[in-house]
Write a protein that binds this ligand. Structure first.
Ligand SMILES: Nc1ncnc2c1ncn2[C@@H]1O[C@H](COP(=O)(O)OP(=O)(O)OP(=O)(O)O)[C@@H](O)[C@H]1O
Ligand SMILES: [Mg+2]
Length: 245
């Protein structure tokens, strides 16, 4: 089972969009995929109109998560709760232990975890549970700052928590025709050159159907499978699957 975290310390760079569309592409390709929303703002939960009685809050704070896990993974998503931030002293391995249970390990090929743009007990849990980190970023000045912060965070995780996570940068909302995006793609590629972060060859182009499908609450691949957004997310997903092998 592959567990992938989407995280960037910068907001609004398509973390949730990436988690959702990679999961939907994986499902289309026949992989059983669980989504987990660890962002207290609940974007993924809201986009999927999921309303569970047992959320990540109950699961992560339970002394006996095994007893409620089945209810929590209803419809292949563990939903978020607005009070998730109250779990500020959560043991870093809580989520890892839950994902290691047979109710999840025996069912799913992939788990994709969406996060808030912050480093806290929840994002630490997400990183500690994952074997891959996907860093969505925009190719612009503020994107640069986000990725710079991520390189510092990964050094800290390695040093303090002895976890050397495989990290991949994914350019999102990209317009290859603009000089700005192309220049910043080069600048960011240079920035990660001497780090453990690798660049995915695929980038996700700016694509209106991404936003439209979210507004309508429908699956991008069903809404417009010929859109640049759907094509690019499918391609990025195939690239990620190949890395596995
Ligand atoms: N390739 C794209 N083309 C067009 N719009 C996009 C694309 N990627 C993301 N968006 C839009 O950009 C906005 C921000 O995306 P998203 O919510 O996924 O970012 P985020 O990093 O999860 O934000 P936050 O930090 O608030 O959690 C959304 O409205 C989304 O629909
Ligand atoms: Mg988000």
């Amino acid at each position: 089972m592959e567990i992938i975290t989407t995280l960037n310390l910068k907001g609004g760079v398509a973390k949730t969009t990436t988690a959702l569309n990679i999961a939907q592409a994986l499902r289309q390709l026949g992989y059983k995929t669980l989504l987990i929303d660890l962002d207290y703002q609940k974007s993924l939960t809201i986009l999927l109109e999921a309303n569970h009685k047992i959320t990540a809050l109950e699961l992560l704070s339970s002394k006996e998560p095994g007893a409620i896990i089945k209810e929590a993974i209803k419809d292949d998503i563990i939903t978020s709760h607005e009070d998730l931030l109250t779990l500020d002293s959560l043991d870093p391995l809580t989520l890892k232990k839950i994902l290691d249970s047979k109710e999840i390990k025996n069912i799913y090929d992939y788990v994709i975890i969406d996060n808030h743009c912050i480093f806290n007990a929840l994002t630490l849990n997400s990183l500690m549970a994952s074997n891959k980190l996907l860093i969505p970023t925009t190719a612009n000045k503020l994107g640069y700052i986000g990725v710079e912060d991520m390189t510092s965070l990964l050094s800290l995780i390695k040093k303090v928590y002895k976890k050397n996570i495989e990290a991949y940068l994914l350019f999102t909302d990209f317009n290859p025709k603009t000089d700005l995006n192309s220049q910043y793609k080069d600048i960011l590629t240079e920035l990660i050159k001497d780090t453990n972060i690798k660049l995915l060859d695929t980038y996700i182009r700016h694509s209106q159907p991404i936003e439209d499908s979210q507004a309508l609450g429908v699956n991008l691949f069903e809404y417009s499978k010929r859109s640049n957004g759907a094509k690019d997310y499918l391609e990025a997903t195939k690239e990620l699957i190949k890395i596995k092998g």
